[in-house]
Design a protein around this ligand. Structure first.
Ligand code: HEM
Length: 510
């Protein structure tokens, strides 16, 4: 009797762990063979292969397909290979794909993950509409003095490194610069507190980006059993507590009114003054098919979650892109010299002071930065979730709600079909007369469409400011421990990072 019960239990468990694994076969889509429970996600769950690496492999394994199916635990995944389909998913048919779908549960979302990057549905739509005006060129220019202050400080950090003569992990150096920028522009925190390595703010940053075994286990449980573990927080409670405390302290100091400092807290306080967020729903429709109206209160917790977006979306991306640029320039001294000559020439016309307009004129620096993001984009893949039945254009394949669609950015950026000699660092690809030849649905460092990076200009200008400040005074060169081709970290998740950092030698320019 016991034997029969055990057999039934094992059978039921096996059924649960494999029940949807005929999805792609039934649709005649080429797919990766899954294993029970994990699908094709096993190597990710044990931190041996990042999603970027897994999707790059899929992309390269099926050179003749427009798309390829796989499974991430119980989730059906479709990796897109064809730029026309990339355009359909990200832009033309966006209304089928407005979700990023990173939260495994549809309705139970922990408060700090209600930030613009992780939010979906009406919450995303209302936040995006209201927050877009906070990222205009005018607002960015007003914020720029805060950025310049931070950029100049990066010179002090480099100066200390030069004096000791030690090899510097430029990934760490640029992460410190980015943390300072987030503190000043995102959280509105006083500069003094940032000099302290153990300040509450620095600790918060470190905790968010230290991916522990606890986080890996929680992530796996939430993905494999979304309903059972819906109330388990992905972020440890101290992240929510500290973020809310920091943001509330600054807002109270300002009496809940914009202070004129022009940072992000000021912009959020100005939004709050306008009252509730109201707009058309993307989820609820009237019987005649027109959208219903929907609204949300911008309370302290929701505001704190938006401040956290600087960490969630701005930290890894900027630190990774700037440090990888330095790495490439260290191995390409001629290009580095060209960047430095341009910085010197532009700054000589601006009283040797960094400013928004000066950075805008550093075209070759920008080209080198864009080329580094081609070789190693911080987000090596983009993700969207299908919200209702969708037939892929030019095919008879229909996918259902909740299928995750992946755009394998790292693979597209390094495909010789689109970029001649893809392994070679060539900033000239992005020169004003050649940039128009690059298909914008193949080069996607900031994503594309209505869910593209809202902070693109801010991220770009802040990154260029840090690089310009550093390369004006210092040069970088390979250290004995530098790897010509750094290794991508297999335990990375949404953003990709380099294993073991990016060690370089920094020397003062004479
Ligand atoms: C070099 C720096 C940066 C890079 C390379 C970058 C890249 C990206 C990419 C690839 C996405 C996903 C786009 C998509 O799915 O189509 C994204 C989204 C986003 N980024 Fe950035 N980013 C950078 C800096 C920033 C900064 C400084 C902020 C500051 C607030 C920011 C805020 C966001 C937000 C809020 C989203 C989600 C937008 C939405 O879903 O509506 N990013 N970013």
């Amino acid at each position: 009797m016991l034997f029969i019960v055990i057999c039934i239990l094992i059978g039921a468990l096996y059924w649960y762990g494999t029940k949807d694994y005929d999805y792609w076969k039934k649709r005649g889509v080429k797919y990766e063979e899954p294993i029970p429970f994990f699908g094709n996600g096993f190597w990710h769950f044990v931190q041996r292969k990042s999603p970027t690496q897994a999707n790059e492999e899929i992309y390269n394994r099926y050179p003749n397909e427009r798309f390829v199916g796989s499974y991430f635990a119980g989730e059906k995944v479709l990796t897109i290979r064809d730029p026309e389909l990339v355009k359909a998913v990200l832009v033309s048919d966006f209304m089928f794909f407005h979700k990023r779908g990173l939260n495994p549960h549809e309705t139970v979302v922990e408060p700090m993950l209600k930030n613009l990057f992780f939010a979906d549905g009406d919450l995303w739509r209302l936040l995006r509409q209201r927050m877009t005006p906070a990222f205009t060129t005018g607002k960015l220019k007003a914020m720029f003095p805060l950025i310049v202050e931070r950029a100049v400080k990066v010179q002090d950090l480099a100066d200390q490194a030069v004096k000791t003569g030690a090899t510097v992990d430029v990934r760490d150096l640029m992460a410190r610069y980015t943390t300072d920028f987030i503190g000043a522009c995102g959280f509105g925190i006083n500069m003094e507190s940032l000099d302290d390595e153990n300040s509450v703010f620095r600790k918060l940053g470190r905790r968010i980006f230290t991916f522990t075994y606890r986080d890996a286990l929680v992530g796996m449980l939430k993905q494999v059993f979304p309903e059972t573990f819906k109330n388990l927080y992905f972020l440890v409670p101290e992240v929510e507590k500290t973020t809310l405390h920091l943001v509330q302290t600054v807002m109270k100091e300002r009496d809940y009114k914009p202070s004129g400092r022009n940072d992000f807290i000021d912009l959020l306080l100005a939004l709050k003054e306008k009252g509730k967020l109201i707009g058309e729903s993307v989820e609820k429709f009237k019987p005649d098919g027109t959208p219903m109206e929907t609204e949300i209160e911008l309370d302290d917790l929701l505001m704190a979650a938006q401040v956290l977006v600087f960490f969630a979306a701005g930290f890894e991306t900027s630190s990774s892109a700037t440090s990888y640029t330095l790495h490439q320039l260290a191995f390409h001294p001629e290009e580095q010299k060209k960047v430095q000559n341009e910085i010197d020439e532009v700054l000589s016309r601006y009283d040797n002071k960094l400013s928004y307009d000066a950075i805008r004129e550093m075209k070759y620096l920008e080209m080198a930065f864009l080329e580094s993001m081609r070789l190693f984009p911080s987000l090596g893949f983009l993700i969207r979730k299908c919200v209702r039945k969708y037939t892929l254009p030019g095919t008879d394949v229909t996918i259902d709600k909740d299928v995750a669609v992946i755009i394998p950015v790292q693979a597209l950026h390094n495909d010789k079909k689109y970029f001649e000699q893809p392994d070679t660092f060539m900033p000239e690809r992005f020169s004003p007369d050649r940039i128009k030849d690059i298909n914008k649905h193949v080069y996607l460092p900031f994503g594309e469409g209505p869910r593209a990076c809202i902070g693109e200009r801010l991220g770009l200008m802040q990154s260029l400011a840090g690089l310009a400040a550093l390369l004006h005074k210092f040069s970088v060169e390979p250290a004995s421990s530098s790897l010509r081709h750094p290794v991508s970290d297999p335990s990375a998740t949404i953003t990709q990072s380099i294993k073991g950092g990016l060690p370089l030698r920094i020397t003062a320019r004479v």
